[in-house]
Design a protein around this ligand. Structure first.
Ligand SMILES: [Zn+2]
Length: 275
């Protein structure tokens, strides 16, 4: 099993055993387990420590998602959409294979969330789909119920978000307690940037989190997150590979794309024939 796949197995097992305490999980005991053998994930978000192997890995991808949003920051009235974005990581290779940002305004549609745009467009790709069991999604804001439902039905294994959404969040718990046969593992890394985003928003008195996300406080934190990522030195040697993959992703032209232009992100550069 490749190193990153081993990390995924340990990560999923930690979530499964979250109620018993992740510290009790022995990595060597979990390396041979497959995801299906690990069973249903815990209900509720798993908080990861940034100084652990898995926490550092998930923090690097989370910082990549924050940087994706920062590089196309939206302010003013004529905008693409909200300052929210998502990336998709192949669990076996660690590569960031797809990304998308919220485009509600430019597409005049209330359902063009980053997660929806990422999943629906990625599954159109040649050689992709119909499910996402081999991938992890990293997103800057806790998924809403529309996105959580779609991520559940596409059987994604794990979702990691940065900032909690006190209004439209709590969605993995809603699905997990709703007797669904499947649902994903949800995690968040307790990083400085998560803490700053959540405390700054909570203190702001602004009711709408998306309105707060166009303000100067949010912009400063997103800028700082990008700088921290660019200057980051991994604690764990195995995460040097993750860092290299994140840097390779950030070297790309990360313009937001629509319709056929979105297909350029696909592994073969094309959507399936019937699209
Ligand atoms: Zn959503």
């Amino acid at each position: 099993m490749k190193t990153i796949a081993k990390l995924l197995a340990v990560s999923a097992c930690c979530a499964t055993l979250a109620f018993a305490g992740c510290a009790s999980v022995n990595q060597t005991d979990t390396e041979s387990l497959t995801l299906s053998e690990l069973g249903k994930p815990a209900i509720g978000v798993v908080h990861e420590d940034v100084t652990t192997l898995i926490g550092e890995r998930d923090n690097l991808y989370s910082l990549a998602a924050l940087t994706l949003v920062n590089r196309d920051w939206q302010a003013g009235s004529e905008t693409r959409g909200h300052n929210i974005g998502s990336i998709l990581v192949n669990n076996a290779t660690g590569e960031i294979v797809f990304y998308a940002r919220n485009s509600n305004k430019i597409l005049a549609s209330g359902c063009q969330h980053g997660e929806v745009r990422l999943v629906t467009n990625f599954l159109k790709c040649e050689k992709a789909g119909p499910y996402l069991g081999d991938y992890t999604l990293y997103t800057t804001l806790e998924p809403c119920i529309m996105c959580a439902g779609m991520l559940t039905m596409t059987q994604i294994g794990k979702v990691v978000y940065v900032q909690q959404d006190p209004s439209y969040g709590n969605t993995q718990e809603i699905i997990g307690t709703g007797n669904y046969p499947i649902y994903y593992q949800e995690a968040t890394v307790d990083s400085d940037f998560k803490s700053r985003l959540e405390s700054s928003y909570n203190k702001s008195g602004v009711k709408s989190i998306t309105k707060w996300l166009v303000g100067d406080d949010a912009y400063q934190i997103y800028n700082d997150a990008e700088q921290a990522l660019l200057n980051y030195k991994p604690i764990f040697d195995v995460n040097n590979d993750v860092y290299d993959k994140v840097m390779k992703f950030l070297d790309k032209d990360l313009l937001e794309r629509f319709n056929d232009a979105m297909a350029k992100q696909c592994p073969t550069g094309k959507f399936k024939e019937f699209y």
